[in-house]
Design a protein around this ligand. Structure first.
Ligand code: SAH
Length: 222
């Protein structure tokens, strides 16, 4: 229920969120479900107090532990490329602040998210609860190993840049599934779409990217 000028999230930031969604639309995001998810997800709950006043600007922000929450435009592009229908089981590697997790939860059926830094996983869990996002489970661990208990996933999102596509993630991707991963070569990152069809994997480069390093068994050394 919406009352007294409060937005869908029940707070007074609805106008800022609507403006952020409009900024993304003007910048080229066309997927209405993605724009709606941005307009309804309280990003201010996912950023540290010190940068909260900038929560609805289209900028990356520090979230602690040397990590950053990506620019909303980048996240929206990412989500658009996944072409979610609302029913998928999604694996996310790199929960970070939990903001993208919340967007995924609005666009898919269920989200399983793995984060290696315990403190980030805990504050993300807290923010997701505050934002009343019900369909998310978080695991503290190395996401390059995936989360086999709930596999296969119709979509996999890797929010950190690695040297290769981790083999366990390929195994856990459902036939017909889509995976997005920034791949690093010679210091430059390319956002890559990996599609699993009958017997093969198709890699499609989607453009330059700049994500924090993917650290783990099938990533970079810590
Ligand atoms: N999309 C996030 C930002 C993610 S930043 C947001 O909306 O806030 C990338 C995250 O990946 C960081 O939190 C980092 O700790 C995490 N990470 C890096 N390597 C990882 C791994 N192997 N497994 C799980 N998480 C990892």
């Amino acid at each position: 229920m919406v009352s007294r000028g409060l937005g869908a999230a029940g707070d007074s930031f609805g106008g800022y969120r609507a403006r952020l969604a409009e900024t993304l639309r003007v910048a080229g995001i066309r997927d209405l479900a993605v724009l709606r998810a941005v307009a309804e997800t309280p990003r201010h709950l996912f950023v540290p107090e010190a940068v909260r006043h900038r929560a609805y600007e289209d900028v990356a922000l520090p979230i602690g532990a040397g990590q950053t929450i990506s620019r909303p435009f980048t996240q929206a592009r990412y989500l658009e490329a996944l072409r979610l229908t609302g029913r998928e089981k999604v694996l996310e590697v790199g929960t970070g602040s939990g903001y993208q997790t919340a967007l995924l939860a609005a666009l898919a059926g269920q989200v399983f998210s793995v984060e290696r830094v315990r403190a980030l996983a805990e504050s993300a869990q807290h923010a997701l609860k505050a934002a009343a996002v019900p369909n998310v489970s978080i695991l503290v661990g190395d996401g390059t190993l995936g989360w086999s208990a709930y596999a296969p996933y119709q979509a996999i999102v890797v929010a950190a840049g690695g040297p290769e596509v981790p083999p366990p993630l390929v195994e856990q991707l459902a036939p017909g599934g889509r995976m997005l991963i920034p791949l690093e070569r010679g210091g430059a990152q390319t956002l890559t779409l990996v599609e699993r069809t009958a017997g093969e994997l198709r890699h499609t480069p989607l453009g330059d990217a700049r994500f924090v390093p993917l650290v783990g068994e099938h990533g970079f050394d810590a």
